[in-house]
Structure formats: structure tokens, C-alpha cells
Design a protein around this ligand. Sequence first.
Ligand SMILES: Cc1ncc(COP(=O)(O)O)c(C=O)c1O
Length: 408
Amino acid sequence: MAESVNKDSGETKPRKVKYRKTKASWNPAMQAVPVSGIRRLVNMASTMKDVIHLSIGQPDLPTPKHIIDAYIDALNAGQTGYTMDAGLPELLVALRDYYGKRYNRKLTRDNILVTSGATEAMYLAISATSAPGRQFIVTDPSFLLYAPLIRMNGGEVKYVPTRAENNHQLDPDDVIRAMGPRTFALVLNNPNNPTGAVYPRSTVETILEECAYRGIQVYADEVYDHFIFDDDEFASVLSCSTDLDNIMCISSFSKTYSMAGLRVGWVIASQAAIKSLRRYHMFTTSVANTPSQFAGVAALTADQQCVRDMVGIYRERRDKVVELIDQTPYLTGYKPGGAFFAFPDLPPHVDGSDLALRMLKETGVCVVPGDAFGENCTNALRFSFSTTCERMEEAFDRIIPWMAKQQL
Ligand SMILES: Cc1ncc(COP(=O)(O)O)c(C=O)c1O
């Protein structure tokens, strides 16, 4: 510390150095990261008693026991180190075989990169390619990760709205009309969060064909690919395209096997794309959680009855939430075909954010307002049915009389 001399006494004493207080200098790109509309409500709910959450974005059903056992066995066997950067070799093989069989598609291990959840996979895909002058087509509403990631890296978001009156289906003509000379990529989330819409094969094939023709990249988020309630088959991009040149298919164990906290996902893409993503992955999370990857091998290679059982439960809940929304004044619903969300409309002039806040304060039911997911859906509310039918009935016993008293 610096010393100063006292003029009168001649003594020296340490001089106090003053530091100027500066604000943390964030990269301006951080401005693209919004305050999450979900967090705001959930934080308020955490200060209240007797809240019923219809806001949850993760499965509530328990992780199947054989998966937990595989995780614990891996720990006990000392599997606590890093894996290969592309992923645990056994998991790469299991994913190759699983997808190869499911979509009758020839894949190699080099087509796959294991990540820390679909979130990291999306982060890698978007942030490695978004740049000024590049436009990304995204549905409005859409999962809240995509637009901020695109914008953080200088890219531009071009929204294609979907509407409750069309069951939030994506019209391929709308998507094609949105394509222009600057369009670089399309983010396709099927089944969709927050709408629960499942796009049929005809939609996916038409869009992919146009993207291939124009050289537009397709980032397909298929984390809800097993949460399909009405259709016999799911139109994955992996089954709707002949080659992977412009396609990245992203998914994870989080939803299908109730493994959200174990954080394992993946990207399936061309070998060239995986090579680049793999390099980037090493500089972000390096590898996914090792025991979780062993749990993932168990999930994919064991009998899949546990998945069918869970989907059956979610289907019953979907039917229940549709029925309850139909009985609720001012809500216009539809039948979501997948995921575990319904996204009904309020009358067009109503601010869903304001209504959700009042609903939480006055009824203790927490839902997520539409503006958390885009610009065109501020009059919508997202109801998650990742909770029991009994709990949903309790929630709507509060919501229905409360809504009846509103003058919207
Ligand atoms: C559409 C969508 N994609 C990705 C994720 C993130 O999944 P993960 O837990 O695998 O990171 C979620 C989670 O809510 C989601 O809804």
C-alpha cells in the first residue's frame, strides 16, 4: 500500500487508495438475453403459499428405476472422469442404433455429438452460425432460447406466426414466403413448446425440400419427439430428408425419460458439421456428465414400455386440460397433439402478462404468459399439463369462477 507523510508530525501512514466503482462491463450482446417471463412469475410464486403450478417445463413423472440404477452403478464403478469429447462411445453406438432403427436411416458414430442437454446442442448450433446479415426463421410463439441466441451473435430473427384458430399448425407456404436472400436457417421445433402443435409429414417434407433447394440450414429441436398423442408416427427431420447436408437434429433424454436434471442431449448431423461442432463443444462444456451418459445407454437399450406408459399418462392429462380450458370463460383453446403444453388465447386486446400476474396473486395458480415466447401472442397463456389431473382440476376450480368475474 502507498505511504503518505503527515506534514505536521512527519509520520508516515498508509494512504487509502480510492478505487472508482465501475459497473460490470457486459458484452453488449447480453442485451439480447431477456428477463425470462417464466422466472418472473415463478419467483413471485415462490413467495406465496398454496400455489398450483401449471407453469412447469419439465416432466413430473419419476425417472424409471433402471435408469437411476445405471447412473448409480456408473458412479460406484468409478465412472467419474471425462468421456471422449464426442460422447461416451457406448452412448454414441446406442444412439446410432436407436435412430437407425427408428427411422430406417444409416448413421455412423461420426454423425453424433453428445452434449449437456438439448440446450447445449442448440447453443452450439446457433451460436456457431449466427452472424450479422444472417436471418433465422423462427415460429412465433417459440421456445424462449432460440431468438436471444440468434440475436446475441448478431443474427436476425424473422418470425412466422402460428395461431390458436389453426391449432398452431405451421403453414409451409407462410414459411416459404418468409424465406429471402438473407435467410440462413430455420429453427423447427416439433412437437412445439409452447403450443403442443405436432407438424405432420407433409409440412415437414415441404419445408425441408424448399430449404434444401435454397441451401437453408435446418435446426430441428425434437426434444418432445415421443410426446405424440394422436398420430401414429412422428415426422422427424431424420425421416423426411434424404441427406443431412443442411440438417441438425437435436434432442435429449430430458423429456422422454424424465431425466432433465441429468443433462444429456445430442446433435445428429453430417459428419462435417459434427466435426466443427465437436471442436466448439470442447471449448464450452468439454463433455457431458459421465454417469448420466451411462444412464442414457440404459434408457435407450432397455425395454421402451416405460416411455409408452408415461406418454399414456400425458395423453390423459392432455384430454383433461382441453376439457377444462373449454369450460373457462374468455379462453379459446384447441387440441394440442404433443409435448405437454396448451396455449389458449384470451380475447385479442387482453394483456396475458397482466392477467397471469393477477391470476397468480388472486387465485394462487401460476401459468406462463404468451409474451415469454414471442411477439404475436401477448394475449395467450401457456398451461403445462406436467402435473396430475387432480391438481389440474383443483387449479381450474379456482380459475373458472375467477375468470367468470373478469370483464375482459
Ligand atoms: C423445446 C425445448 N427444447 C429444448 C429444451 C431443453 O432441453 P434440455 O433439458 O435437453 O436442455 C426444452 C426444455 O424445456 C424445450 O422445451
